[in-house]
Design a binder for this molecule. Structure first.
Ligand code: F3S
Length: 400
């Protein structure tokens, strides 16, 4: 790999041990992928998980004196204020360490998994280093930024060095669709897009172009599609003619690159996919968890509208960013929800057993397949249904 003088000096330790460590990792990744050079990034997002391995790695960079050239936004960990009664002393110490280390590295402590909505929004063509299931695919597909699917560690090293190896999604020739997905299903809202994303096993490997979808698709639906594609498979990018960035202005362009296969998805396929992922068998439910990925303001308003004047029988926990929680507080939405049994929780991920472990063995409901998948690994079993059903069940405290 050809390095500039500046990059070589960084690798040789002229800017300190921490930057040299990060540069070793970036050049190592570049060699694995036969990247010819490193290119500068303008943004980064680190999917910190506040788990022990993640904190250990970030801590090593910090102790070696690294600071970020490009201040990254970061994923949620868990709110110490909200979960103070549930957390063990070790878990409290771990989150405090996470905060201290990432602050020392110069990160922006946004603790949100939807940076592409407000905190860290790349423009078309920007080269960035984004990690996190929903973040990378949204940035590539909807915004037309260029990023590989970084890990938390490689995104952090990119932020520290300011560079990424040039390969994969950074190159135009790798961004063409090679699977045509003809959707012959009635797409009835965000949840339909989540279930379409869950059909990854039927779609198979590659870069899908979805045909037959409406001309206009909302942000939340696009978030759901990208997120769940990466629950059912591994996807960097998807296209929708006239909607997603690479082919927004030239909707026919995907036809210039013949897809390797054509897959058709019908209503029956979507029903089967959901049934496979989340079979019935639920009776009583004890809670409803929403906001994986973190809910937008519009999604929170939808919960308020669906609740109407009937409070929930079981707690509704809604993960969102601190920015949106503050807006909801300011507008009175947060208090209105609290009166109806729904709370907004900032800075927190559903994949944190130290916060949610007490729910193990008690069934609940969510509108997020990703949330159900992760919480299922901690023994927390949730039915996955659309938001209307989630709220209806929550108001009854049972399947109805
Ligand atoms: Fe966000 Fe955690 Fe879900 S990072 S997408 S709330 S698993």
């Amino acid at each position: 790999m050809k390095l500039t003088d500046h990059q070589q000096k960084m690798l040789d330790g002229a800017y300190g041990k921490g930057k040299a460590m990060a540069m070793q990792i970036q050049t190592g990744i570049g060699k694995c992928f036969d990247a010819p050079r490193l290119v500068p990034i303008t943004r980064a997002h680190v999917s910190l998980s506040a788990q022990v391995g993640d904190v250990w790695f970030a801590g090593r960079l910090f102790e070696a004196g690294a600071t970020c050239e490009v201040a990254p936004t970061v994923n949620p960990g868990y709110s110490l204020a909200r979960f103070q009664d549930a957390l063990t002393p070790d878990a409290i110490e771990n989150m405090r360490n996470t905060h201290r280390i990432y602050q020392g590295l110069g990160a922006r402590l946004t603790y949100s998994c939807t940076p592409y909505l407000a905190d860290n929004v790349p423009a078309f063509g920007e080269i960035v280093a984004f990690s996190e299931t929903s973040v990378t695919i949204y940035a590539n597909s909807v915004l037309g930024a260029r990023t590989n699917r970084e890990s938390a560690a490689s995104a952090l090293c990119a932020a520290v060095t300011g560079f990424v190896p040039e390969y994969g999604m950074l190159l135009t020739e790798n961004r063409f669709a090679n699977v045509a997905v003809e959707v012959k299903a009635n797409m009835r809202g965000d949840f339909s897009y989540a279930v379409l994303g869950l059909a990854g096993k039927r779609i198979g490997k590659g870069i899908p172009v979805f045909l037959g979808l409406p001309d206009s698709i909302g942000t939340e639906s696009l978030m759901a599609l990208g997120t769940e594609l990466n629950v059912s498979g591994n996807y960097d990018l998807f296209h929708i003619p006239g909607v997603t960035a690479d082919i927004r202005n030239d909707p026919e362009s995907f036809q210039r690159h013949e897809p390797q296969r054509v897959v058709t998805i019908t209503d029956q396929d979507l029903e089967e996919v959901l049934e496979e992922f989340s079979p019935g068998g639920f009776g009583e439910i004890h809670y409803c968890i929403l906001g994986c990925p973190h809910y937008t303001y519009q999604q929170i308003e939808t919960v308020r509208r669906l609740l109407g004047a009937t409070p929930s029988k079981v707690p509704i926990h809604i993960m969102t960013s601190a920015t949106i929680k503050a807006q909801a507080k300011g507008s009175g939405l947060e208090d209105a929800l609290l009166d109806l049994g729904a709370e907004l929780i900032a800075d927190t991920c559903v994949d944190e057993a130290c916060c949610w472990g007490y729910l193990a063995g008690k069934p609940g409901v969510t509108d997020s397949p990703k949330g159900a998948y992760y919480m299922g690994t901690s023994g927390i079993k949730m039915a996955v249904r659309d938001i209307e059903t989630c709220i209806r069940w929550a108001q009854k405290g049972r399947v109805c």
